[in-house]
Design a binder for this molecule. Sequence first.
Ligand code: ZN
Length: 338
Amino acid sequence: MSDGLYYPWPEAPVPGGWREVAPGVRWLRLPLPFALDHINVWLLADEDGWTLVDTGIGYTKIQPVWQTLFETALEGRPLRRILVTHYHPDHVGQAAWLSEHFGAPVWMAEEEYALASRLLSVSDEESSARMADMMVSHGLNGDLLEGLRRHGNGYRRMVKRLPETVHFLRDDDVITVGDRQWRVIIGRGHAPEHICLASESGDLLISGDQVLPRISTNISMRPGEESIDPLGLYLASLERLSALPASIRVLPSHGLVFDGLHHRLDALAAHHRVHLQHLLDACDKPQTAADVLPVLFKRELDGHSILFAMGESIAHLHHLHLQGKLRRSETEPYRYAR
Ligand SMILES: [Zn+2]
């Protein structure tokens, strides 16, 4: 294939549908109301029920989709455990509802739960202001900012509530699910403690958003987290995954199941290396993150996609700054130069 990956099933399940990808491992699709219109979640056969990995966005209209899946994919058997890869709304959104419905515990990493709890507690005004202030300090201006200041706390609209208690998973934990064992590999950069699950037999990797086919994982700096280098953490996490067998089959949160993990890891690292070099070239004179958007993104950007793009642009410049390759101005808007 042109991207060097092999897709064993060229057709994904339709949203609300499912497919068995290995004995006792089912691929389910849930709808998402964005440009990215779906999320993959995984059902793992577990004793007399299932362990579920990820849950869908927290909109009530997803619940009828789940109710159908209870009878089809789950064959009427209960969820025994719910595992959440990271705090993003399409992954954690339905965790509280599913957990209550089945009386099933939720397992996730501590920092993910802490961040989700913090985001839920922020007021609309504060949430908007934090994001808009960060964008202004990195050179964004214009109509979009007005919209952003009225946007409120989008996280709370997509994750109405969290499970009250959570079992915390740590890096390198091994979980037994039915007759399989899965090792927790914590990935960083996209989220604070993103859980990937690698089967101990070396045949399957549930990669979440950490490794996706076709699209690159969003790497953004969050407001108030200037001491963190998300891109540096992400690149280090890619390297760590490269220790897994080349033949491992990858079950990602978006797109199709694929073979060719090492190929994909190399392509993602190269993608960021090229972007970093282009930014260094562009910063022969002082530039803001908004100035360099055309260096990173060749396509036309609108509304929401500008915010994602700004997040990426800031994260890349911040990485070069922390590495000592770019200097940052003392005053806002921040300008970066060699
Ligand atoms: Zn995510």
